[in-house]
Design a protein around this ligand. Structure first.
Ligand code: MLT
Ligand code: ZN
Length: 463
């Protein structure tokens, strides 16, 4: 390592693993946005909290920016290192540290892949319920950094509901033990919750204690084809009143086309503009009958045009693939993504305005929407038309996002429901947070990270 700052780091931590080949810099310097050219200084792969702490102290002394890095499946540029930052990858800190049967908690290192968290909980007959399509690649530390949501929020809430304790190296180099797994702790500010969703701008999670719950009762998965947008919320209201929902997800015919082209199997013949995949408790005959009767009622009302209930686990997985495969099927096109939310009660009015806006502003681009409609969370993916240069496309999308942000503001919504602000959305933060709030957020950052070394330029422009 010829860079004197890295030489100093190696002198302080001779056992620290550092990577710096061109391929490694590229691999660790980007996330799933693929918009920025990675240009990190190097990659550090600490083996434990002590090394993380020493790196943060080194970074403060030498004023080196750090990008904390998990599975880099983020979609907002939160883990991008394009300005000579040190990427601090938590990949090697991926161990299960403890299972406590009385507390019903798992204590894990931050680099543990979400799927491995699920498996560990299942081995003890319990459930860690936060779940989404990137489960095989994303890390629990990254989930915490963005307060990740996903497909079961309607039943279980976001990541923040499931964190009993965090150990964190703050930007100032202090190791903090936050909440220590307590259920009750009314002793002042809850920094644990402040850290969750802070996108690596306040501290680096080095250990997390996760709450577990009972496994869900047996469930059924249903795919519904809907004739129009208004039917979406009508079916949702009906199903939520009559069934115990575990998930209620929607996608459009555009999304279906991409996912089918990517290898998924068609489950309903015919063309319909909207689809819903829902999963609900079906522990006994009464619940199964309730589902059928809700479906029949939706058919009678004309809110549903067709539907299918999975008869096996394999069929359930195939129906889920129609929804969960969308992001992967679109990825080669590098879509411009909006990830917005409004209160569930505001969804119908917002959807109408949003649809008119998108149709008007994107006369040529294909716009694919899908998302967690039961949480009021929509994912809008805009595909670059052939022949339009990348820069011109991004400029157009940013203009439309400004209009979308104003629409969201009118409807009391958020410019980032679950992906985080990162680099992609920092220009629109004011549409969701007041100037007074942003000033306080900056003040908090100053307290935790006085030299601004943690993920500068993410969430808000560099201090
Ligand atoms: C999803 O809901 O599938 C994820 O948030 C990913 C995405 O929006 O592309
Ligand atoms: Zn999502």
């Amino acid at each position: 390592m010829s860079d004197p700052r890295l030489a100093e780091l190696s002198r302080r931590l001779p056992a620290l693993r550092l990577l710096a080949t061109a391929a490694e810099l590229e691999h660790y310097g980007r996330d799933w946005t693929r918009r920025w050219t990675p240009a990190p200084l190097a990659i550090a792969l600490p083996a434990g909290a002590e090394e993380v702490q020493a790196i943060v102290r080194w970074a403060n002394e030498l004023r080196v920016a750090i990008v904390p890095s998990g599975g880099r499946t983020g979609l907002s540029g939160g883990a991008v290192a394009a300005n000579g930052e040190l990427v601090l990858s938590l990949q090697r800190m991926n161990r299960l540290l403890d299972f406590n049967a009385v507390d019903r908690t798992l204590t894990v290192q931050p680099g543990m892949v979400l799927q491995h968290v699920h498996d560990a909980a299942r081995e003890h007959g319990l459930l860690y319920p936060v779940d989404f399509a990137a489960r095989g690649s994303c890390s629990i530390g990254g989930n915490i950094a963005t307060n990740a949501g996903g497909i079961r929020v309607i039943r279980y809430g976001n990541t923040r509901e499931w964190i009993a304790g965090l150990k964190v190296v703050a930007g100032n180099g202090e190791l903090l033990d936050l909440n220590r797994g307590l259920i009750k702790n009314s002793s002042g500010y809850d920094f644990r919750q402040l850290l969750i969703g802070s996108e690596g701008t306040l501290g680096i999670v080095v250990e997390a204690t996760l709450k577990l719950t009972n496994p869900p009762p047996p469930s059924q998965v249903m795919l519904l084809a809907l004739p129009d947008m208004d039917a979406l919320m009508q079916v949702f209201a009906l199903f939520r009143a009559r069934l115990v929902l575990q998930a209620f997800e929607f996608f459009t015919d555009h999304a279906l086309r991409h996912v089918l082209a990517h290898g998924a199997q068609r489950a309903i013949d015919g063309d319909y503009p909207y689809y819903v995949v829902c999963e609900f408790d079906a522990a006994d005959e009464r619940q199964q009958e309730a589902a059928l009767s809700a479906f029949e009622r939706a058919l009678e009302q004309g809110w549903v045009s067709d539907g299918v209930i999975a008869q096996s686990e394999a069929q359930a997985a195939a129906l889920w693939r129609l929804r969960e495969g969308i992001t992967e099927s679109l990825a080669p096109r590098r879509p411009y993504k909006n990830d917005v939310s409004v209160r569930v009660s505001a969804v119908p009015a917002f959807l109408h305005e949003m649809q008119a806006l998108l149709a008007r502003e994107y006369p040529q681009a294909e716009v694919v929407w899908f998302g967690h409609i039961g949480d009021g969370n929509l994912h809008i993916n805009v595909l670059r038309p052939d022949g339009l240069a990348e820069d011109a496309f991004i400029a157009q999308c940013e203009h439309v996002t400004t209009l979308l942000a104003a629409t969201l503001q009118r409807h009391g919504g958020s410019i980032s429901a679950e992906h985080g602000i990162g680099l992609v959305k920092r220009a629109y933060l004011e549409s969701t947070r007041s100037a007074a709030e942003i000033a306080l957020m900056r003040g908090v950052r100053q307290v935790f990270d006085p030299n601004g070394i943690l993920n500068p330029g993410k969430l808000f422009a560099a201090d």
